[in-house]
Design a protein around this ligand. Structure first.
Ligand SMILES: Nc1ncnc2c1ncn2[C@@H]1O[C@H](COP(=O)(O)OP(=O)(O)O)[C@@H](O)[C@H]1O
Ligand SMILES: [Mg+2]
Length: 356
């Protein structure tokens, strides 16, 4: 229910108009009386006052009846569209206030429409990107299946290889869909963090172990910068941070050089924060790309001939997760030298007490 529309009257218009009417008419009358040598000041003043009062009352009543009624209808109509923006304003017949109010209303609406347009653009973009990402692996699967159906299935030498490749492409499809699912949840704010205290050193080690085979293929070493014999307890969503570490490490392998090294360091930042750095000596990222790096689907190498297909969502997910924690992510990179991605985490309260 909208609040009843209050009214605020303006008497200025009627007042001024009555003054003009009374003044002009009285002056004309006074002039006529004077030219007939009948000038009587009492008559002039009484006429002026009477004219003023009657004009004022008549004008005010008519303004209230007609203009005010019409304006109120406009308010009511507008209120139908947007019951939350206007009802707190009093209806006014004061044109200046009214103009200001309507301008404000129009401006608010424009902002709203602009936001919706941007969102719509975003949605279109997203859908376009999604279908584009899914197309490549889908066509790969289809290609292998069709080749098999066309007779390759009888060829002992290739059938296993083709099935294996089709399966790989399906893996990639699943991987993309999982990333899409995660980023959608992150973007609609649907994702609740399940924070707990855990040892970040142990988690990093387990991600190293999981990615060891992948790194070995490129002869890349995954290592800590120094030994960390003591646990470092942080308070965060363990699963999500594992995802962050995985995405950053997978990138360092994907965009790393053969026989390269990826190092992770965990340092105290301020009393209740640590900073985790993931440093590689890979291909690096040209400075122009850095500002857009964390956008979803953004890739430095936009060409179709990407050597290693990711979803382009890895860093977008990383940023969302870190920001959902209320923490920050940083990147520094130099072409041909390497990249460093770092993020902050909250220390577990027991860890802070231990150190004191
Ligand atoms: N460690 C890195 N070294 C060089 N380039 C990187 C690194 N990490 C990310 N990038 C660049 O940032 C882009 C976006 O990364 P990401 O969001 O993980 O998408 P994806 O890995 O799926 O392409 C990558 O395409 C790559 O060009
Ligand atoms: Mg990636």
């Amino acid at each position: 229910m909208a609040a009843p529309v209050r009214s605020k009257k303006s008497y200025r218009f009627a007042f001024r108009s009555s003054v003009y009417i009374a003044l002009i008419s009285t002056m004309v009358m006074a002039f006529l009386l004077w030219s007939f040598n009948e000038l009587n000041w009492v008559v002039v003043i009484v006429t002026a006052l009477t004219l003023f009062v009657t004009s004022f009352v008549t004008l005010q009543i008519r303004i209230d009846k007609f203009i005010y009624k019409k304006i109120k209808k406009i308010y009511d109509d507008v209120e139908l569209l947007e019951s939350s923006t206007l009802p707190s304003y009093p209806v006014t017949t004061d044109m200046r206030t009214l103009t200001a109010e309507i301008e404000k209303f129009a401006k608010d609406k424009k902002i709203e429409i602009d936001t919706l347009k941007i969102r719509e653009e975003y949605r279109k973009d997203f859908l376009g990107n999604v279908s584009h990402e899914l197309k490549t692996p889908l066509f790969t699967v289809q290609g292998y299946l069709e080749t098999l159906l066309d007779g390759a299935i009888d060829d002992k030498n290739v059938r296993k290889k083709y099935i294996y490749r089709a399966n790989k492409a399906v893996d990639r499809l699943i991987y993309i869909v999982k990333d899409l699912d995660l980023i959608t949840k992150l973007e609609v704010g649907d994702l609740r963090l399940e924070k707990q205290s855990f040892n970040i050193i142990e988690l990093i080690q387990s991600v190293f172990d999981l990615l060891e085979m992948k790194a070995d293929k490129k002869n890349i070493t995954l290592t800590f910068d120094i030994p960390y014999p003591e646990p470092i307890m942080v308070y965060a969503d363990k699963e999500k941070i594992q995802q962050v570490l995985t995405n950053l490490l997978v990138n360092s392998i994907k965009y790393g050089n053969e026989k390269g090294t990826t190092e992770i360091s965990v340092e105290n930042l301020v009393k209740n924060k640590v900073i985790v750095r993931v440093t590689d000596n890979g291909e690096g990222i040209p400075a122009v790309h850095i500002p857009r790096l964390f956008e979803r689907f953004y890739r430095v190498d936009q060409s179709g001939s990407r050597r290693e297909g990711g979803s382009g969502l890895g860093l977008a997910i990383v940023k969302h997760v870190i920001e959902a924690h209320g923490e920050k992510i940083f990147v520094e990179s130099a072409v041909e030298v390497g990249s460093e991605f770092s993020f902050t985490l909250e220390k577990s309260s027991s860890q802070i007490e231990d150190k004191q």
